[in-house]
Design a binder for this molecule. Structure first.
Ligand code: HEC
Length: 269
């Protein structure tokens, strides 16, 4: 029962209750229900006790500790919120959507590494995440799902999600870097697990964590401001370089690029 509180915490209590009251054990309807639900308050540390027995049949229980390893890991916009509310281990923030945070932290803190348990959420910046899905989700990614997130004060929107095809804002795919980590680290790079380094400094990362729009505002030091300014310049530079390298069909955002010459050969010309 322990896990239910975490799930309720991470989704929305009202959504959970309305869902268990009106639908069967199917799962994908969650998205369809969302528009009527207002953004939940981020802090419900003392969630209500499990209520599934009260208004719904027993099989409505969404999480059952007994077979936690086999549960599908559902991930929606609502599973992401203020990055600083997650558990911090070194530079990263961790959570577990199945309530199995202890197992997640045990791996993160192990000097031998290990395989992260299903439900694990790892973030270092607000707009990117890795979520460990159920076993069998994707062998190529060690069952990690990669996410690019759009973050606003009102909440989070998943922009892109999936496996090897998911790319960051610079057009680089997540997997090619993360797969370089020594196998014992389960594709988690940190600074010394064997991945090629990213051009973003620790100060820039901290600046991004401190300015997560979903969190309460935080005082920025001069060093934070400088790092964020430098980051802005870096992003512009890398984007310009990526756009120059990319073929014209990849430059949709660039209004300077002339559209391809019409070549339909269909009646015209
Ligand atoms: C150019 C290589 C590269 C690409 C591309 C890349 N990452 Fe990373 N990522 C790293 C490195 C290196 C770190 C460790 C940074 C540090 O701690 O100094 C990291 C850190 C992370 C972390 C924190 C956990 C960890 O591995 O240290 C997450 C989560 C993450 N990246 C997700 C993503 C996602 C999602 C994408 C794609 C949208 C992505 N990354 C693309 C190299 C990359």
């Amino acid at each position: 029962m322990h896990s239910i509180r975490k799930v309720v915490l991470l989704t929305s209590l009202s959504l959970f209750l309305s869902l268990s009251a009106c639908k069967g054990p199917g799962d994908e309807q969650l998205e369809a229900e969302e528009p009527v639900v207002s953004v939940p308050a981020p802090e419900i540390k003392e969630a209500a006790p499990p209520e599934s027995e009260a208004g719904a049949p027993a099989e409505e229980v969404l999480v059952d500790d007994s077979d936690i390893g086999e549960k599908a890991v559902e991930v929606t916009d609502k599973d992401f919120s203020c990055i600083r509310d997650m558990e911090q281990v070194r530079g990263m923030y961790l959570g577990n959507l199945l309530g199995n945070i202890d197992a997640t932290l045990a791996v993160a803190n192990s000097k031998e590494g290990g395989v992260y348990p299903p439900g694990t959420v790892v973030q270092i910046v607000p707009t990117e995440a890795m979520v460990k899905r159920e076993a069998g989700f994707n062998a190529a990614t060690n069952d990690w799902e990669f996410f690019v997130l759009d973050v606003a004060a009102e909440g989070t929107k998943v922009v892109t999600r999936g496996g090897e095809e998911v790319k960051n804002g610079f057009g680089q795919d997540c997997l090619s870097c993360h797969a370089e980590a020594d196998p014992k680290w389960d594709m988690i790079c940190e600074s010394d697990h064997g991945c090629q380094p990213i051009p973003i400094t620790r100060d820039m990362i901290v600046g991004l964590q401190k300015t997560d729009k979903r969190c309460p505002p935080m005082e920025l030091t001069d060093a934070d401001k400088k790092a964020l300014g430098d980051l802005q310049v870096l992003i512009e530079t890398v984007k310009a370089k990526a756009a120059a390298e990319a073929a014209p069909e990849d430059a949709e955002e660039n209004t300077e690029v002339a559209p391809p010459a019409p070549e339909e050969g269909d009646g015209k010309q």
